[in-house]
Design a protein around this ligand. Sequence first.
Ligand code: HEM
Length: 161
Amino acid sequence: MVLAALHLLAAALYLGASLTLGAAILPAFRGEGGAGQRATLARILRVAHPLSLGCLGVLVLTGAAGVTALKDRYAGEFAARWFGLLGLKLLLVFVLLLLASYEFFGLGLRLTRAVAREAAGEGGLSPGVHARIVARLQIVALANGVLAAAASAVGMLLARG
Ligand code: HEM
């Protein structure tokens, strides 16, 4: 019960954070932003990305507990009854985790490290590279919002039993 509630809470937080970032925050930083704008975005990402990463950790752990509970409940029938839905859900989550790793470590860290270099008076990002990173961050955040919504829909079917 507690683990199921945590799973639901983390799903809602992750979905909300991804869609807010992709649909409302990142569009304001599109284009060839300057150092000041980049520093503001870096401050947002330093909160949003660890929060999202934490939610994904909670989702994987509590999701595994949910699978164990389903196994207990359905014993011998488990594979026949749940293989398709669970397989689809794990595939969605696998792609989501790959994209999230790219978002957090490939794009987000590149931007926040560039801001730290700029603050130290070293070279930062060219306008073209800034624009490319922000555009990719937005695409990945929106794609993960859609994947999280699909994983949630499949999760609700699983929870209905
Ligand atoms: C490895 C990762 C995951 C596994 C193994 C997993 C597994 C499960 C299982 C077994 C259930 C059914 C629980 C029950 O019978 O009460 C469930 C429900 C659910 N899952 Fe996941 N899940 C994972 C990740 C995610 C992700 C990434 C999201 C969305 C961001 C998500 C959203 C949901 C939702 C919304 C429910 C319905 C909860 C309810 O109605 O109580 N899950 N999940």
